[in-house]
Ligand binder design. Sequence first.
Ligand code: DX5
Ligand code: ZN
Length: 218
Amino acid sequence: MALLIAPSLLSANFLNLEKECAWLNDSEADWYHLDVMDGTFVPNISFGPMIVNFFRKATKKVCDVHLMVVEPERYVDAFKEAGADIITVHYEASVHLHRTVQQIKKIGAKAGVAINPHTPVSSLVDILSDIDLVCLMSVNPGFGGQKFIAHTLNKIRALHALIKEKGLSVDIEVDGGVTLANAPSIVAAGATVLVAGNTIFSAENPKEIVTKLKRLGL
Ligand code: DX5
Ligand code: ZN
């Protein structure tokens, strides 16, 4: 699988989104990673379908919507309508995860499941064949700019082995604290999608950082 780069717009300059989208569209970024936070599942509030729809209109790139919300089944239709291509829900937030995944696929989006740092990869065994992507949280969700939790590398390896053993094609997305320094080991462990917020948007030349991350897949 080619390495995909998914800048997290949470770290973008919201006073200048038109400019941010323009350079992103012109960059080697593959996806827009859009972090939705409800202030209940995570201790922070970000944005909802209305803002996702603005991003949808601003790009042809894949809109990868990461729902950090309780009862995500109540919102997946609204995010699909807003233009999401991929909808990822949290294992910890969805009581009837299988049903939610089917709901996402039925409305024509790709389905992802995210797990928090404390949730073992083995929790995914019985949902893996139904989904397109696993988002491994490498920080506790809620904020950009946190430090990568090193144990995630073991989880990436375990998930990679599990996907291979089952003969599946599921993306392994790593989300949180990805830097130019740790990205090579994250990729070597088996990640296929790198989310990066702070590393990209706080750089002097963000486009160059996207290119550098993309090159790690070659
Ligand atoms: C954290 C979000 C991440 C975050 C990544 O809750 O899911 O997508 O924005 O930002 P960085 O790369 O700065 O850790
Ligand atoms: Zn995210």
